[in-house]
Ligand binder design. Structure first.
Ligand code: 5GW
Ligand code: MN
Length: 299
């Protein structure tokens, strides 16, 4: 037996060895790396990119990355795609699926090998809430009609974001949720779940595992179809009662994950907002929000 003393938040021991050199050593002692239902929580230092990449073979289908750039949000697309080229699934095949109503304003991109950009035209919705909420219906419909034939895995994200560090095969799983950067240290009573019992998104104070972010979820196409279909129906049922959940689609996603536990959970490294500071425990901020002037962008 040997004793390894790990500094809090440090993934190396005193000899500079990682868990990878000492397979039985601890991984991270400052964060939880597994959920109570035994799904991995993906934090920096818990995985080996080399091992994960070696499992990938040439025949594997591209990874699908979906995003919406509707109305003024088209301005975010350039940085989003350019930084994804640098950091998202480097060395793998990627299909970008970008939904927009402003095809003429899509910039030109030079994409890496095996990477393709598909621009998908949508009508412009009037209410901004609808842009956010209709995402569920659109992703469901396109998944059933198209994505299922082109990719195994979908990653569905906000567009007002940029990649600032590597995001790779460690995020692949059957059903994947991401911890919201504002609540990964909170207790369940503090999560901003929908608390009105009338809503389909309702979660009582004594229930709930985590607070997941609406801006990054994914999984096998079949799982994404189930999630988006479920959330879309929940939105419609609430609409019929004149209810809109507190945080829109995010509230419905949280309800879905309560009863359909993600098989993999991404740490807030995968959707960071500097509004919440720059805590060292989040060692890498890989996918971060671009600050936006809400007054200009929304109206
Ligand atoms: C516009 C006004 C208010 C809310 C949303 C929009 C909006 C969102 C839009 O006009 N166009 C658009 O494409 N979206 C998509 O929805 C973007 O992909 C955006 O990233 C996503 C979620 O909306 P966000 O980023 O404004 O939401 P928060 O919670 O990240 O601020
Ligand atoms: Mn956003």
């Amino acid at each position: 037996m040997y004793t390894i003393r790990l500094q809090t938040g440090f993934q190396y021991d005193c000899k500079g060895r990682t868990w990878h050199d000492i397979p039985h050593g601890p991984v991270r002692v400052d964060v939880r790396v597994v959920t109570p239902w035994l799904a991995p929580i993906v934090w920096n230092g818990t995985f080996s990119t080399d091992i994960l990449n070696a499992q990938y073979n040439e025949k594997t289908l591209p990874i699908g990355l979906t995003t919406f750039a509707m109305k003024k949000y088209i301005v975010f697309l350039k940085t989003f795609i350019e930084t994804a080229e640098k950091f998202f699934m480097v060395g793998h095949k990627v299909n970008y699926y970008v939904f927009t109503d402003r095809i003429n304003e899509v910039p030109q991109f030079t994409l890496g090998n095996g990477r393709q950009l598909m621009i998908l035209l949508l009508p412009a919705y009037k209410r901004w809430q609808d842009v956010s909420m209709r995402r569920m219906e659109i992703i469901r419909d396109y998944s059933q009609q198209r994505f299922i034939h082109e990719v195994d895995h979908l990653v569905c994200v906000d567009v007002d974001m940029k990649f600032t560090d590597d995001v790779g095969m460690e995020i692949i799983g059957d059903l994947v949720g991401t911890l919201h950067p504002g609540f990964f240290k909170s207790s369940r009573e503090e999560y901003p779940y929908e608390r009105r019992a009338l809503s389909e998104a309702y979660i009582p104070y004594h229930e709930g595992d985590y607070y997941y972010a609406g801006g990054n979820f994914g999984g096998k196409v079949q799982e994404v179809i189930k999630l988006t279909n479920h959330c879309h129906h929940a939105v419609l049922a609430d609409k019929a009662n004149n209810i809109e959940a507190r945080w829109h689609d995010e509230s419905y996603i949280n309800k879905y994950f309560l009863h359909h536990k993600p098989t993999k959970v991404l740490s807030p490294e995968y959707i960071w907002l500097y509004y919440y500071g720059d805590p060292p425990i989040v060692q890498k901020k890989r996918f971060v929000e671009v600050p936006k002037n809400r007054a200009w962008i929304r109206y």
